[in-house]
Design a protein. Structure first.
Length: 203
């Protein structure tokens, strides 16, 4: 569940029109982001609006395809994309899962935010108002029915994703730092001694 929901977000460039924008405007915002770091709180609600999961932590990204997602509570978990692999470290379970980046879901927020692909190829802009972009996937089999990006000035302040079953994941971002130098060590991972490592190979 947490691995499905983890990953999200970015921003830059104020759209000149208050209530009109295009998918290219959003693309430019994301293109202008080279590095990004923030604290996050994440809430997952089912289709009735009942909260089924809450978490807090830190996230960071550096293009291309470097991403770090560290959850502090309710459980400790670390997810790292190092440009080649995806590492998922469940600290309490003392277990690490690793797979090639090629197996990562390309519609996931992590891929969405840290890659350089063209958004218009996979999404269309359904609506825009007051720096709130609402996107829908072109692929009807996508993992999410809708993705909402809310900006506050130059910073992405919230990301929301709705899956086909009506489950809504809302990510709120604070203490954001854009295009500041980040240590390469944030996006490196070495399994601690004594933990189980489960490897999934590319077919």
């Amino acid at each position: 569940m947490l691995a499905k929901c983890f990953f999200f977000l970015i921003s830059l460039l104020v759209v000149t029109s208050t209530n009109a924008a295009t998918i290219e405007d959003l693309q430019q915002k994301l293109n202008n982001i080279k590095t990004y770091r923030a604290t996050f709180s994440q809430t997952v609600k089912d289709d009735t609006g009942q909260t089924i999961q809450q978490s807090e932590g830190d996230m960071a990204l550096a293009k291309p395809m470097r991403f770090r997602w560290e959850t502090f509570k309710p459980v400790k978990q670390l997810i790292v994309l190092d440009g080649k692999r995806v590492w998922i470290y469940d600290i309490d379970l003392e277990q690490v899962s690793v797979r090639p980046l090629a197996l990562e879901n390309q519609s996931s927020p992590a891929f969405f935010l840290s890659s350089k692909h063209k958004i218009a190829e996979q999404y269309q802009l359904k609506s825009y108002k007051n720096q709130r972009f609402i996107l829908t996937p072109r692929n009807k089999q996508a993992k999410f029915q809708r993705i909402v990006l809310q900006f506050a000035g130059e910073a992405l302040s919230e990301m929301q994703m709705v899956d086909p079953l009506g489950q809504t994941t809302t990510l709120t971002l604070k203490s954001t730092h854009i295009n500041q130098k980040l240590s390469p060590k944030l996006f490196q991972f070495k399994a601690p001694a004594g933990v189980d490592v489960i490897t999934t190979q590319d077919s």
